[in-house]
Design a protein around this ligand. Structure first.
Ligand code: AMP
Ligand code: ZN
Length: 124
């Protein structure tokens, strides 16, 4: 169980370190606002995480002034789906928030999943 204090630390944030290039990642896309890389424990042939460059914990942590980040994240999802050849076959996008959703990384990330027929259940 991660303490609430730990969730809000960005000094230790693995995803921030990947953006900074101090930890390796398999980058698939980057622009001024977002960074995207392959999930280390891919759950489908294409499993990419799209994250804001700013350290934001989860959906609840997106302030009004940061809300444009969703446009940037979903625009990146469109581009990456095209780039990786799954735009036509279909894909799933998921944000997990908090314990009941099994969020494990406390830097906002959109999962982009595809490349195969995904299961019909959204709740595991
Ligand atoms: P969530 O459960 O929504 O918080 O998802 C976090 C995701 O981050 C999981 O799918 C992990 O496999 C992925 N992950 C954790 N560490 C890394 C890493 N170093 N590189 C790439 N993906 C990672
Ligand atoms: Zn971070």
């Amino acid at each position: 169980m991660i303490s609430p204090t730990d969730r809000f630390k960005n000094k230790e944030c693995i995803f921030c370190k990947m953006i900074a290039g101090t930890l390796p990642s398999e980058k698939v896309y980057e622009n001024e606002h977002v960074f995207a890389f392959r999930d280390i424990n891919a759950q489908s042939p294409v499993h990419v995480l799209i994250i804001p460059k700013k350290h934001i914990v989860d959906i609840l942590d997106v302030s009004g002034e940061d809300s444009e980040i969703f446009q940037h994240i979903f625009r990146a999802a469109q581009l990456i789906a095209g780039q990786l050849g799954i735009a036509g076959s279909g894909f799933r996008t998921v944000f997990n928030s908090g314990d009941n959703a099994c969020q494990t990384m406390y830097h906002l990330h959109l999962h982009l999943l595809g490349g195969t027929q995904l299961g019909g259940s959204l709740v595991g």
